[in-house]
Design a protein around this ligand. Structure first.
Ligand code: NAD
Ligand code: UFG
Length: 342
């Protein structure tokens, strides 16, 4: 059964391609390589023994996207990861974010309708909740005003999918990811941030390996037990596995609504200092860090109520924080080894 994975050479996409192939699906990747490398396709093959079909297409291009669908019939479902994802950059370049994330989605959905592809899984984010009033946050929590253009594109995208699926023969699953971290256990694939990482965990591992001088902890005066902000970190392989369940659920028509929404997290909140402590424990290193002002747009705390995903999808995130940090550290060390061998 053929699955189209857009953004499949990216961080979460590549891990999902591996899990799909290992569960017997045939995968076609579309990516414009704006934030990933072609070598990821070979690295996927190193893990699974199967090279996924790769098409370099910019999904903003309606004609090329349509030609792709004409050429590739019998696609059973689409998992749509392709998007720009940097919160800070979206504040500086909002139009790039609206254009890329919304146009790509529209072109994919038009292809779905024209070529009668019924199943659609979308990468959403817990950012759609803003700062929730109640924690853990459930899927029915109100969607608040987005704190960034990036977050707004996810809110708009969710609406576009709901509106489209209610009129067309499309069933959709919106997966709201919490904070994905770590890498595949083979260390053939992982997160490859281009330039200075914005996210906490790559910044920690790059500081520890000597690529960065010091981690800045954004804010020490939050209303949390240690004053630093709290997130729900989830291992990227656990996250990837949920996509296999989601696409299978749609293909097997187990979905209860035309559009279903699931939180994907562990259900546990950890502060920035908890994450650093875990890293120091698994690596045996002392991390160089200092406290600075809060980062604008950051929320204080969020973690998921995963009851619905656990019950309905029969899925549960398995890796704990130490395992996630160990996997992120092994990936950073593997990248360093590759650099030394060059
Ligand atoms: P990523 O940047 O590693 O992967 C996205 C991929 O999409 C990249 O390979 C990029 O080249 C490709 N892409 C972007 N625009 C494209 C276009 N117009 N046409 C074709 N390809 C295009 O990001 P990721 O971390 O793997 O995120 C995947 C999805 O999950 C995104 O939609 C992101 O918004 C969402 N998400 C990510 C996080 C996170 O923390 N990583 C959290 C919540 C949601
Ligand atoms: N942080 C630091 N120093 C850093 C980087 C981050 O202290 O150098 C802190 C942040 O202030 C925050 C926590 O670490 O409190 C996590 O920050 P990340 O940037 O790793 O993650 P965010 O929760 O800000 O956002 C991430 C993705 C978004 C996504 C969101 C929810 O970057 O795209 O998770 O899924 F929408």
């Amino acid at each position: 059964m053929k699955i189209l994975v857009t953004g499949g050479t990216g961080y979460i996409g590549s891990h999902t391609v591996v899990e799909l192939q290992q569960n017997g699906y045939e995968v076609i990747i579309i990516d414009n390589l704006s934030n990933s490398y072609l070598s990821v396709v070979d690295n996927i093959e190193k893990i699974t023994g199967i090279k996924p079909v790769f098409e370099q297409i910019d999904l903003r291009d309606e004609t090329k996207t349509n030609e792709f669908f004409k050429k590739n019939q019998n696609i059973a479902g689409i998992i749509h990861f392709a998007a720009l994802k940097s919160v800070g950059e979206s504040v500086e370049k909002p139009l790039d974010y609206y254009q890329n994330n919304i146009l790509s989605l529209i072109n994919i959905l038009k292809g779905q309708i024209e070529f009668k592809i019924n199943n659609f899984v979308f990468s959403s984010s817990c950012t759609v909740y803003g700062q929730p009033d109640e924690l853990p946050v459930t899927e029915s929590a109100p969607i608040k005003k987005a704190l960034s253009p990036y977050g707004h594109t996810k809110q708009i995208s969710e609406e576009i999918i709901k509106n489209t699926s209610s009129n067309a023969n499309i069933n959709g699953i919106l997966l709201r990811y919490f904070n994905p971290i770590g890498a595949h256990e083979s260390v053939h694939i992982g997160e490859l941030p281009i330039g200075t990482p914005n996210n906490l965990v790559p910044f920690i591992t790059q500081t520890a390996i000597g690529k960065r001088e010091m981690l800045k902890i954004f804010g020490s005066d939050y209303n949390t037990p240690d004053g630093t902000a709290i997130r729900d970190y989830i291992h990227v392989t656990d996250l990837a596995k949920a996509h296999v369940v989601a696409i299978g659920r749609l293909i097997n028509k187990k979905n209860r609504e035309k559009t279903e929404v699931f939180n994907l997290g562990t259900g546990n909140g950890f502060s920035v200092l908890d994450v650093i402590k875990s890293f120091e424990k698994i690596s045996g290193l002392n991390l160089n860090y200092k406290f600075v002002d809060r980062r604008s747009g950051d929320i204080e705390r969020v973690w998921a109520d995963t009851t619905f995903a656990n019950k309905e999808l029969g899925w549960i995130a398995e890796k704990n924080l130490d395992k996630m940090m160990l996997s992120a550290w092994k990936w950073e060390q593997a990248l360093e080894q590759v650099k030394r061998n060059k």
